[in-house]
Design a protein around this ligand. Structure first.
Ligand SMILES: NC(=O)c1ccc[n+]([C@@H]2O[C@H](COP(=O)([O-])OP(=O)(O)OC[C@H]3O[C@@H](n4cnc5c(N)ncnc54)[C@H](OP(=O)(O)O)[C@@H]3O)[C@@H](O)[C@H]2O)c1
Length: 246
């Protein structure tokens, strides 16, 4: 049995990855603030945790609860997919309020860091395949006005993944960790970026153009690539994968 812990499964890419992973040989542990009843109905091998990743102090307890449900005697792989993220605040930094900035950094950076820390602590002794896939973004490098917190969080996630990769090394017991840019995907996060009414920014026009020109991939097609990558042979310790197509 392979166990997958996935954050942000109520919609978008997280939901699509969870649907792709449904199988009698896979147990899914899904985490988001809103339950996804379609996913719950689609699999009997699925536990859903309605959890707000802003509550960073409760993540360790959540992970302990999750691992109590994992039957390690029949496990041949344990995977963590840090996918949940928010784009807001979508504004120039001097116009952003501090609570929105904290929310962004909590969900996009601190939560994946604490989830990774707990995951490694709880799995390091296990003779299984252990992998962490951090869903990052090209926004870590391609900078646009209004997205400084999001870009900073994703750049931080990339540096974090590479650094933990160095700590884990390449021995067979190591937990492998990779950061990946999924490309532009037609989800509510994109919709939010397009529809922001911030007149001080030209950035929403770029997102509108991308949609109008049909440049957005479907969540299902991107989920296919991400899952093949997660379970495949090119999952190299500490890598930041900027293009899944290469
Ligand atoms: N879409 C793109 O073009 C694109 C491009 C590059 C990178 N990405 C990355 O891909 C990943 C998925 O994005 P998406 O486009 O699928 O976004 P999305 O459609 O907005 O979905 C985001 C998911 O994150 C969850 N989430 C947000 N805040 C949360 C919180 N406080 N606690 C728990 N869960 C929370 C949401 O669930 P609830 O609201 O129910 O909590 C939702 O399931 C993100 O890491 C994003 O940065 C996306």
């Amino acid at each position: 049995m392979k166990y997958f812990i996935i954050t942000g499964t109520s919609r978008g890419l997280g939901e699509a990855m969870a649907f792709k992973l449904i199988s009698p040989e896979h147990q899914l542990i899904c985490i988001s603030r809103t339950k996804n009843n379609d996913l719950i109905a689609a699999s009997s091998h699925l536990d859903y945790y309605e959890f707000d990743l802003q509550n960073v102090n409760q993540i360790e307890a959540l992970m302990e609860q999750v691992f109590q449900k994992i039957n390690l005697t029949n496990a041949d792989g344990v995977y963590l997919i840090n996918n949940a993220a928010i784009i807001s605040p979508f504004s120039r930094i001097e116009q952003a309020n501090s609570q929105d900035l904290m929310d962004n950094l909590h969900v996009n950076l601190l939560a994946p860091i604490v989830l990774t820390s707990s995951f490694i602590r709880l799995t390091q002794h296990l003779p299984l395949e252990k992998r962490i896939l951090n869903i990052s973004s090209a926004s870590a490098k391609q900078l646009l006005p209004g997205m400084s917190a999001y870009s900073a969080a994703k750049a931080g996630l990339d540096a974090f993944s590479s650094c933990v990769g160095l700590e884990q090394g390449v021995e067979s017991a190591a937990v492998k960790i990779v950061s990946v840019y999924p490309g532009m995907v037609d989800t509510s996060l994109q919709e939010q970026a397009r529809n922001t009414s911030n007149e001080a920014l030209t950035t929403p026009d770029i997102f509108k153009m991308v949609k109008d020109r049909g440049m957005l991939a479907s969540p299902a097609a991107t989920a296919d690539k991400l899952i093949s990558f997660l379970l495949g042979h090119s999952f190299h310790q500490g890598a930041v994968v900027e293009d899944l197509f290469l």
